[in-house]
Design a protein around this ligand. Structure first.
Ligand SMILES: NC(=O)c1ccc[n+]([C@@H]2O[C@H](COP(=O)([O-])OP(=O)(O)OC[C@H]3O[C@@H](n4cnc5c(N)ncnc54)[C@H](OP(=O)(O)O)[C@@H]3O)[C@@H](O)[C@H]2O)c1
Length: 400
């Protein structure tokens, strides 16, 4: 038996729906929505629209005015009690006379946490855990980074039904449909950085910009990152053209030529030297630690077969995988598959994974997968009570 009513779920679902609008707009802040309810009816709502702008609770309280007195507030993250770019939400909630606060997740940010206690101390009843699993999936980038200072890593790849990411001649544009590729742009628009390998940069010359469909806005382009151990990539690539996308970061080996590093710095690219993990391959763990230090909370890896094998088999850095499969067969021993590298020799060494969601994107199959070893919040962050059955709405789906 759960302690939540159907109406509680409906109101928190509405808060989560509003929060989701912040995809691509709010990082490094979390996506938050808030709904004020009185006598079983929504009196106002709000969502966080960007860093430095009012928090969702303040938007809802402002819209409600005097009607907030005696109301219940539904919000997907514990209200903050600290003064950052905006004032503490707890003070505003107490001053408005809100009676009860339902919140899904505790705030993992040590600076902002303690909001529930401040509310309780002022006589406002707080109830934690409603739709916590769904709220966690929505803000897992924020949660992981706050708790570990490392970015959440998504790996995205497009393949034929026989698992090939390019033909034997290297032709890979485009395997999947426009609908699937639009979803790829949606993913790009919500992350802080995109990472590719040197060979993909050189063969495909991608812009690495986010160009999501329709009316969706973005507050900035994601950082563009490439692993180029010896700094061989020419500066004429679109990746180095500031007019094409976000800032560029190149990861190179400790002994990469100094003159090449200086040339990249002169072209406004950041150069970060990191150690090798194995012969010829840079340490992804080191690259991600460096990105975490730059407040990058999420990284989308768009790998060729070599980088995919590094991220999934050799170093196991991926937290979530999106695979799009087109209804076509490419065949060919020499056509690259999703994963290259050496591979494992025994089935017992396989990296296990779990399907979270399988759906269609136009004619293509879209699989969302959690690999073994993916980030999980520490014990106690989600209470056993919080783990309701699978959320109906997928996390981070666009509304349109
Ligand atoms: N269908 C898709 O979704 C998709 C997506 C991306 C790419 N692709 C295709 O994949 C092909 C390229 O793939 P690829 O396997 O040849 O190369 P890749 O994974 O794009 O790049 C591999 C290169 O990156 C550098 N690198 C440094 N550290 C690394 C690490 N830890 N792990 C992996 N790479 C590291 C190395 O450069 P050095 O050689 O300089 O040492 C390595 O050879 C292209 O044909 C591209 O079109 C397809």
């Amino acid at each position: 038996m759960t302690r939540w009513t159907d109406k509680d779920r409906i109101f928190m679902k509405e808060a989560l729906r509003l929060a989701r609008r912040g995809w691509g707009l709010v990082s490094p802040n979390p996506m938050v929505g808030a709904v004020l309810v009185k006598r079983g009816k929504i009196v106002s709502s709000g969502w966080h629209t960007g860093p430095g702008l009012p928090h969702a609770e303040i938007e809802a309280l402002t819209a409600a005015g005097k009607k907030a007195r005696g109301a219940d507030l539904y919000v997907n993250l514990e209200p903050c009690r600290h003064t950052g770019r905006t004032g503490p939400c707890t003070d505003a909630i107490i001053a408005a006379g809100v009676e009860r606060v339902f919140y899904s997740l505790p705030d993992p940010n040590p600076l902002a946490a303690g909001g529930a206690k401040a509310l309780e101390d002022a006589g406002v009843e707080t109830l934690r855990g409603l739709l916590a699993q769904e709220a966690y999936e929505l803000n897992q980038f924020f949660v992981k980074w706050q708790l570990t200072r490392k970015p959440f890593v998504i790996l995205k790849t497009a393949a034929s039904l026989d698992g090939k990411i390019a033909t034997r001649a290297g032709d890979s544009r485009w395997i999947t449909s426009k609908v699937a590729r639009n979803y790829g742009h949606h993913l790009r628009s919500g992350v802080d950085a995109i990472l590719i390998g040197r060979a993909t940069a050189s063969k495909d010359d991608p812009e690495l910009s986010a160009r999501p469909w329709g009316r969706r806005k973005m507050h900035r382009q994601p950082m563009r990152c490439v692993l180029d151990p010896s700094l061989k990539l020419p500066l004429s690539l679109k990746l180095f053209d500031p007019s094409c996308g976000g800032p560029t970061t190149v990861f190179c080996a400790p002994d990469a030529p100094e003159a090449a590093a200086a040339a990249r710095a002169a072209a406004d690219a950041r150069v970060i030297r990191i150690p090798y993990a194995r012969r010829g391959l840079l340490s992804l763990e080191s690259a991600l630690t460096a990105l975490g230090g730059l407040e990058v909370q999420s990284v989308l890896i768009e790998p060729g077969a070599t980088l995919a094998a590094s991220a999934l088999i050799d170093e196991t850095v991926a937290d979530l995988i999106h695979i799009f499969m087109a209804p076509m067969f490419l065949g060919g021993h020499d056509a690259p598959g999703i994963l290259g590298g050496e591979g494992v020799s025994a089935l017992s060494e396989a990296r296990q994974a779990e399907f979270l969601r399988i759906s269609r994107k136009g004619p293509d199959l879209h699989m969302v997968i959690r690999p073994q070893g993916a980030f999980e919040p520490p014990a106690g962050f989600l209470l056993p009570d919080d783990l309701e059955p699978a959320a109906a709405a997928p996390p981070q789906e666009p509304e349109d």
